[in-house]
Structures are given as C-alpha cells and as structure tokens.
Design a protein around this ligand. Structure first.
Ligand SMILES: *Cc1c(COP(=O)(O)O)cnc(C)c1O
Length: 391
C-alpha cells in the first residue's frame, strides 16, 4: 500500500484535485536504474515529455541522467534543470527552424533526425551558425510494439523516423552536407511495452541495419534504442520499480555492439510513472440506469490518458482505506470527471467500497503523461503538485 493513515489525513486538508509525488520511490527507482544500466555502461536519457515538473527534473538530473527532448522548450528547460548540454538528445518529426537553432545554440549531444528533408534544414541552419550538428538517423525498424495503436511508433505506417528503403538516399545526401556529422542511429518503437520479446525483436532488426551500414563502410559511435519500457498499471504495488535488469539483459544478450560503441536509452514512463498519483474528491454520486456514477473533481483536464488511449489506471477510495471491501459492501461505479465530454471517464464498472460525496480517490500510476498533458479546457485551473517530503 502506498498511502498510510497519516498521509491520508494530510491529503484531507489539501485542496483537490492535486498530483502527489512519492520522491522516495523516485529516488529508489533512479538508484535501481543506475545500478542496472551502469553494469553494461548504458547511457540513460530521461524523456522530459513524461513529466517536466521542476522538482522532479532536479532530482533526475541530480541522479546523473541525460535528457531526451522533443521540443525547443524542453531543451531550454533541461539545461536550466541541470542536465548537461552534451547529454541532451533531440527527437521529433516536426522540429521547427527556431527549435533547431535553440538546439544548436545549446550545443546538444545529438539531433535524432526523422526525415530526409530535415537533414537538409539542419545542415543549412548549422551552416549559418558556423557549426557542425551531431546527428543520428531515427530509423523506423518496422517492429510492432504490440501496444495501443496511438502509442505505437515503429511501424512503416507511422509518421515517425526514416524508413529503411530511404537509407540509400540518405547516404547519398550525406556526402554533400558539410555541416552535419552522422554519429549514430536511433530507434523508438513505442511506449508502455511490457513484453520484453518486443525489445528482442528490435535488437535483431538493429543488428541487420548495422550490418547494412557496415557493408557501406559506416561505423557509428552511438546506438540509441529509445524508450518504451512499460509499467504495471493493473497492480502498481506489486511492481513499484520496473524490472530494469531484465530489460537491459535483453539488449545485452541480443544487441551486437561494436567495440567502443555507446548504447543509449531514452526512458520516461518507467522512471516516473509509478511515483505519481492523482488525488481527487468525490463531488456527487449519481444513480444511473445500470450503474452508479462517482463524479470526481478531477477530469480529463488533469489526466487525459483514459480518454485519449483508453488506458487503465487503478482507482482506490482512500477514505475507506484499511477496511475490507466486505466491511462496507461494495458497489460498481463508473468513475467520471466533471468535463463536458463523454470520454471524460476514468474507469467503468469499478468495484469500490460504498463511496459517498467527499471521499478521497487516488488514481494511481499517473506520474508519467499525467500532469504533463494537463489542459485548461473549460477554463479549469491547473492542479497543484505536492511532494512526499513536504506534505
Ligand atoms: C516518448 C519518447 C520516449 C519515452 O518513452 P517512454 O515510453 O516514456 O519510455 C523516448 N524516445 C522518444 C523519441 C520519445 O518520443
């Protein structure tokens, strides 16, 4: 159980909804990640888009990780949060000229380039700044991540990366572009991947692609395997810290690494996902035709994942914490938000102890892509965040 009675008492005195972050768990997760990655000398970049809360970034940069950014503002933020410029990588299918300039001014480690045209644009902007831009080609390996189709990125039908049939054209182009330096290849096939066999498939594909480049006399300093390691949303307490060891073991076993080659990862969700909960209060209980609605003061404006990808988050009634469901009798609830959209639903037919107006509800595993994706729709105020060490 993540919450004890003392914490819940304190939650009761706070304005809801709010994000609650367990920093102790974050530190332990980072410790475990560093322990397992350093065994293989793997370099880890934290994907800022999972959560760019200032305090969280400080802790993660303090643990020595690099940063993975997908916008110019993320680069600026990463630098100010203490990530080293030389450990920042920059991906994204639609990097604007302004963002490319920001990246160059900040001397980042690597652009992960997603199209042939982008290669030319980076070259010309770098030339204007009299710089050589270090870059990796983001290759679409056509590996199915077998995750929700909205978070699958490594198939030829997706907009991400450069397809393998375009590689000869890329190689030809490279010789004429003087202000770029190809240092690596990059892959990111999707998110919330829980079947490690998918990563094995990625490794085998990367091996083939490397062989293809070898035959053309291209050697790379760096291979970037992206991110995507999933977390246990169904039963968060059973696996608060993801199994980094097994994840890295797959790469150690199946990825063919050349001498002196660096292997990079970009991990977001697996670092911060389990550290956050969205704490909300029940506003109303409404009897429906076949179900009861528990209407919360948090909605898709605070947490859009269920509406966007039909994602599951464990929902707990904290006010009845410590009691067995049988003490109360239990009922099924559709747990919904207050926003004027039917998709503003956190879960259907959720079994909860008898729930009443004023009860505190925790929506678990919301550290990643929760607060970060919040919006002001319906002119809602941004929910505050609270941290375990200050509550
Ligand atoms: C989102 C993203 C990541 C991080 O994905 P997680 O599933 O959160 O680990 C890594 N690399 C790129 C390029 C991304 O877009």
């Amino acid at each position: 159980m993540q919450f004890d009675k003392e914490q819940i008492k304190k939650f009761n005195s706070l304005e809801t909804p709010f994000y609650y972050y367990n920093l102790d768990l974050l530190n332990k997760t980072l410790e475990e990640l560093n322990k397992e990655s350093s065994k293989r000398n793997y370099k880890i970049h934290y994907a800022l888009k999972a959560n760019s809360n200032d305090r969280i970034l400080k802790i993660i940069s303090g643990a020595g990780l690099g940063a993975d950014c997908v916008s110019g503002n993320e680069i600026t933020k990463a630098v100010s949060a203490g990530f080293k410029n030389g450990e920042i990588v920059f991906a994204g299918v639609g990097k604007s000229d302004k963002e490319i300039r920001t990246a160059l001014v900040n001397n980042i480690a690597c652009f992960n380039v997603e199209s042939v045209q982008e290669l030319e644009v980076i070259n010309s902007i770098a030339s204007a700044q009299n710089k050589i831009a270090p870059l990796a080609i983001r290759i679409n390996p056509n590996v199915d991540a077998n995750t929700h189709h909205y978070i699958t990125t490594g198939l030829e039908e997706n907009k991400f990366g450069i397809n393998t049939w375009e590689l000869p054209a890329i190689i030809e182009k490279l010789s004429s572009l003087k202000n770029i330096n190809l240092i690596g290849i990059h892959f990111h096939i999707g998110s919330q991947i829980t079947d490690l066999n998918i990563f094995k498939g990625l490794c085998l594909r990367v091996n083939e692609i490397q062989k293809w480049f070898d035959e053309r006399n291209f050697q790379f300093k760096s291979i970037n395997a992206g991110g995507g390691l999933g977390i246990n949303y169904e039963d968060p307490d059973a696996e608060l810290i993801p199994d980094f060891r097994s994840y890295f073991d797959v790469f150690h076993k199946f990825l063919e690494v050349r001498p002196d080659q660096e292997i990079h990862f970009e991990i977001g969700r697996a670092i911060i996902g389990q550290c956050g909960s969205l704490i909300s209060r029940v506003l109303y209980i409404k009897e429906g035709m076949s179900t009861n609605f528990a209407i919360l003061d948090a909605g898709m404006t605070e947490l859009i994942r269920p509406a966007l990808y039909q994602s599951y988050h464990k929902i707990e009634n904290l006010s009845n914490f410590g009691f067995q469901i049988s003490d109360f009798g239990f009922r099924k609830y559709d747990v919904v938000g207050p926003i004027c959209e039917s998709s503003d639903t956190f879960g259907k037919s959720i079994l909860l102890p008898e729930t009443i107006r004023g009860n505190l509800i925790a929506i678990r595993s919301t550290g990643a892509y929760g607060e970060e994706m919040a919006s002001g729709y319906n002119l809602r105020e941004k929910a505050k965040s609270h941290f375990s060490d200050k509550i």
